[in-house]
Design a protein around this ligand. Structure first.
Ligand SMILES: Cc1cc2nc3c(=O)[nH]c(=O)nc-3n(C[C@H](O)[C@H](O)[C@H](O)COP(=O)(O)OP(=O)(O)OC[C@H]3O[C@@H](n4cnc5c(N)ncnc54)[C@H](O)[C@@H]3O)c2cc1C
Length: 403
């Protein structure tokens, strides 16, 4: 069996490696000619994402980059501690990791290449057809490829999603603009590994000191109407520096100082989510990762869910006799989990963009609710998720194995 994988972000190389272990030959086709996009941006790969990589013995590919993030401390506008969100597996065996997106992409891609997987760059998929006994992919450079199945790992603005279902919804704007930066020379009163997130008066701010003394930070700015394409991207770093420093001026904590002193401010972008895509697959084509279900970046789960998807899809293709059967089994297994996490992230977004009354309610309720939400069943389900590569995707009763 030969798989055509579209996109070399998170899900693409992970799917290729997982399929290789399942005995399926795969080639990855990436639109961009060079390396990773959004080079400056950083993210947190959850313990569940690292667990999924471990299932295919690829966790070492990201092991050395960035730093461990065992939990996130939520802080109010006035500096009051609202509570800690545990972001690691409850048994402590795997700790989440904050790392630059470019390092994560590169680590996965290099590991896939080391395993002999072909990754072709400069290949933008524009068209694909299920021919009944196979699938034909057409690229912008005019070339064509044939395989037994096609897996769309082409992210939030997926082409494959629209080829599966031309009526598929577009990504929804989350009401927030995101950007970040890196600062040296400003001491912060928190330890390496602690991640502080501040519900500021006008915007949301997160920062984490790295082991080398640099502080990594991000800001989420509420904005109700969706900016026109390219509008916020066109605002330069100096304008952002002034605008952000003013926005965080009244909040407790080092936000304004970190922003003013930062050596690098990454380009801003509107934050989107993708919920309720009705058709994940049709015939021999399927979408996984952000193409199927993107939680807003607020969730800290998009990358992890993409890797989980890749591994679970490979297991289903390994264990079920037909491609269509494997796709259906995969969807039944994955949809409840990913949609729960996407919805949770949307609720947090509302808190980030709260008005004056909402802020008071939030700051009163959060210390009461957070321990239950963040450290109880919800956190266990999200960060404690485990994939056993050797366990069959088909349950003992012949039905689907449950998560
Ligand atoms: C600012 C920001 C912060 C984030 N923070 C976090 C976080 O802390 N934790 C977390 O888990 N997630 C985070 N995320 C989300 C995370 O980055 C995504 O969920 C994850 O990258 C999705 O992986 P993917 O492989 O599905 O898609 P992507 O990583 O987007 O990869 C898609 C790839 O497909 C390629 N492509 C697109 N169209 C085509 C085509 N037609 N033909 C060929 N190739 C194509 C693209 O060039 C790209 O390389 C964040 C995202 C943003 C924007």
């Amino acid at each position: 069996m030969k798989a055509l994988i579209i996109g070399s972000g998170m899900a693409g190389p992970a799917a290729a490696m997982a399929l290789q272990r399942a005995g399926v030959d795969a080639t990855v086709y990436e639109a961009h000619a060079g390396g990773a996009e959004n080079v400056g941006v950083f993210l947190t790969l959850g313990s569940n994402g690292i667990d999924a990589l471990r299932a295919i013995e690829a966790d070492a590919a990201v092991g050395a980059a960035g730093f461990e993030t065992p939990g996130i401390d939520m802080v109010s506008t006035t500096g009051k501690a609202l509570g800690r969100v545990r972001t690691s597996r409850p048994d402590g065996d795997i700790t989440s990791r904050t790392l630059k997106r470019a390092d994560l992409y590169r680590g996965l891609r290099d590991e896939a290449l080391r395993r002999g997987i072909r990754i072709e760059h400069g290949k933008r998929l524009v068209e694909a057809q299920d021919t009944g006994d196979g699938v034909r992919a057409v690229f912008a450079d005019g070339s064509e490829e044939y395989g037994d199945l096609l897996i769309g790992c082409d992210g939030l603005h997926s082409t494959v999603r629209g080829l599966i279902d031309p009526a598929a919804p577009a990504p929804a704007y989350s009401g927030l603009i995101g950007l970040g930066g890196y600062t040296r020379g400003v001491p912060v009163n928190t330890e390496v590994g602690s991640y502080q997130m501040v519900f500021g008066k006008r915007a949301f701010f997160g920062y984490a000191p790295a082991p080398d003394g640099e502080v990594w930070w991000f800001a989420n700015l509420p904005r109700q109407d969706e900016p026109a394409r390219g509008e916020v991207e066109a605002i330069d770093a100096e304008q952002w520096r002034r605008r952000l420093a003013a926005l965080f001026a009244d909040d407790a904590g080092p936000a304004a100082e970190l922003i003013r002193a930062s050596q690098e401010i990454t380009p801003a972008s509107p934050m989107h989510a993708m919920l309720g895509v009705p058709a994940w697959h049709r015939g021999r084509m399927i979408v996984i990762g952000d193409a199927a279900h993107a939680p807003s970046p607020t969730s800290g789960q998009g990358a992890s869910l993409s890797v989980e998807d890749a591994v679970e899809l490979a297991k289903a293709l390994r264990d079920l006799p037909t491609i269509e059967g494997a796709f259906a089994a995969y969807e039944a297994l994955r949809r409840p989990r990913v949609e729960r996490i996407v919805k949770q992230a949307a609720r947090i977004n509302n808190n980030k963009a709260a008005g004056p009354v909402g802020r008071i309610v939030r700051d009163l309720l959060m210390p009461l609710l957070l321990p239950r939400l963040a450290n109880g069943e919800q956190s266990r389900q999200t960060y404690g998720h485990h994939i056993d590569w050797d366990a069959s995707a088909v349950g003992e009763d012949g039905g689907l194995a449950r998560q």
